[in-house]
Design a protein around this ligand. Structure first.
Ligand code: ADP
Length: 476
């Protein structure tokens, strides 16, 4: 269903599209298929609501967001189950995501009250300067399927806290999760038109309207670098503000002063999280030559114990890939690496036994001896493949790690404090985990350098993206 101007309704075309469970291939629901005409209506509703929403007090907006947080928490289990069915991640990971998603409502319920202005020193004695921070206006948001709930709240919560109104287009694979977030928004009593949802099976016309409609002041997008750069180009003509959270190709560096067993444990946990379908997933594991065989042994052992399957079942740690093109992309990269001489330690093929052929499952895979000419070395995999590469010294590995167009996340294992600090400073990435595989939280700024994007989500930075700075000069 579409949620426009406070009401759930069908699409103007009257058509709908099917949503598939990627673990079973079974349809799990039909969703109204939004059109360009529908998104125009949603933008009109958001523009209409902007005046009154932006003029509420920060305390009032905060109250609504806090209520949305409470509703998400009350519905945590149901939303998590739906997420597992629609997106595929194991239930435990889905629960963690709902918590993370709800945290954005809570954090921005608080941050809404901390949008401060400033009084500046003025050059003349009869002059006063004042700075106001005001909402940018109507926001158009486009979100991906890999974190189908938290990627929505990470945009909606700060936008609404700042006083903006929003129109959101979720990914075509996961509109049902998006509807749950908007159910919470509706039930929290957030006024009509403030937040609008337009699911669609064809993102192109809806996206085109969003980036060209003059009533839209800002585009916030999470997805591929390819689509993000295209949207940014289109949005430039009407001078829209932009936040882009795009692809990554995270290095994972393990120094010889680190414990290879602990590092391999971290690698196995973060690499296979969400079946590798995360923009902060490690894509190149640089391990010091002197400890690489121990690291690989432990990693392989841990991967051998991972169980793939339907995430609603007990003990599953690897869910399916989201769809068949994703499966083909992973398989192509794996075959390319094998053909170019990488050493396949475990995995390396689609999983089809015990009914897994109905879904899009790929075996968790570990490669040693990965080299720069292999596709996997430079292209984002978005799948359960861990490529291991040996290195010899710090200067060399900094250069290798930074040698990519991406700059989202990087991970380092070291027990040398100075080295940890040097890596933190010299790696050209927006997020650095030092002996830490989960450097994300609602309170922390998330985002990348280079082709990984523009702007930050989360933290105090996250709300600043939705605020315009206004200077007032007063002669007294
Ligand atoms: P992914 O590879 O993660 O699916 P995409 O960038 O293709 O990355 O998708 C992320 C989001 O961008 C989804 O909501 C998708 O529908 C949307 N999207 C894809 N192509 C376009 C487009 N041409 N215009 C607007 N949105 C798009």
């Amino acid at each position: 269903m579409l949620y426009i101007d406070g009401e759930w309704r069908g699409a103007s075309s009257g058509s709908s599209f099917e949503v598939i469970n990627p673990a079973t291939g079974d349809p799990i629901g039909d969703v109204a298929d939004g059109t360009r005409e529908d998104v125009v209506q949603a933008i009109d509703a958001a523009a209409e609501a902007f005046g009154s929403w932006s003029r509420l007090t920060a305390f009032q907006r905060s109250g609504y967001l806090y209520r949305a947080y409470e509703l998400m928490m009350e519905r945590k289990e149901a939303i998590a189950r739906l997420m597992t069915e629609e997106q595929g991640k194991p239930l435990k990971a889905a629960r963690n995501e709902v918590q993370y998603a709800a945290d954005f409502f809570l954090w921005y319920a608080e941050e809404a009250k901390r949008v401060y202005g400033e009084i500046l020193p003025a050059p003349r004695s009869d002059q006063r300067f004042m700075v106001l921070r005001q909402p940018v206006g109507v926001v158009a948001a486009i979100t991906p399927w890999n974190y189908p709930v938290s990627m929505i709240t990470r945009k909606v919560a700060p936008a609404l806290a700042a006083g903006c109104t929003i129109v959101l287009k979720p990914a075509e694979q996961t509109p049902l999760c998006a509807m749950e977030v908007f159910n919470a928004i509706h039930d929290a009593g957030i006024p009509a038109g403030v937040a609008n949802l337009v699911p669609t099976s064809d993102p192109v016309p809806v996206g085109e309207e969003m980036v060209t409609n003059k009533k839209v002041a800002k585009i916030t997008f999470t997805g591929s670098t390819e689509v993000g750069t295209m949207l940014a180009g289109r949005a430039a003509a009407s001078m829209k503000r932009l936040s882009l959270e795009l692809g990554g190709h995270a290095p994972f560096v393990v120094f010889d002063d680190a414990d290879p067993v602990y590092a391999a444990k971290g690698a196995s946990l973060v690499k296979f999280l969400n079946t590798g379908q995360a923009c902060i997933s490690p894509n190149r594991m640089y391990v010091h030559k002197s400890i690489s065989s121990e690291f690989l042994g432990v990693l392989e052992e841990r991967v051998a114990k991972m169980k793939a399957g339907n995430g609603l079942e007990e003990g599953i740690s690897i869910g399916p890939l989201v769809d068949s093109p994703s499966l083909e992309k992973v398989d192509r990269q794996v075959k390319d690496a094998v053909a170019k001489g990488a050493e396949l330690r475990i995995g390396g093929s689609r999983l089809t036994d015990d009914g897994l052929d109905r879904g899009f499952f790929y075996a968790p895979t570990v490669f040693a001896g990965v080299r720069p000419e292999m596709e996997i070395y430079t292209n984002e995999t978005f799948g359960p493949v861990a490529p291991v590469i040996e290195f010899e010294n710090e200067a060399e590995v900094i250069e290798l790690a930074n040698d990519t167009t991406y700059g989202l996340a990087a991970y380092v294992y070291t027990n040398d404090l100075g080295r940890g600090m040097r890596m933190f400073e010299r790696l050209d990435y927006g997020i650095i985990g030092i002996n830490d595989i989960n450097p994300t939280a609602a309170a922390a700024p998330f985002g990348g350098t280079k082709y990984s994007g523009i702007g930050r989500e989360g933290g105090k930075e996250g709300i600043a993206e939705y605020l315009e700075t206004k200077l007032g000069g007063f002669s007294i």
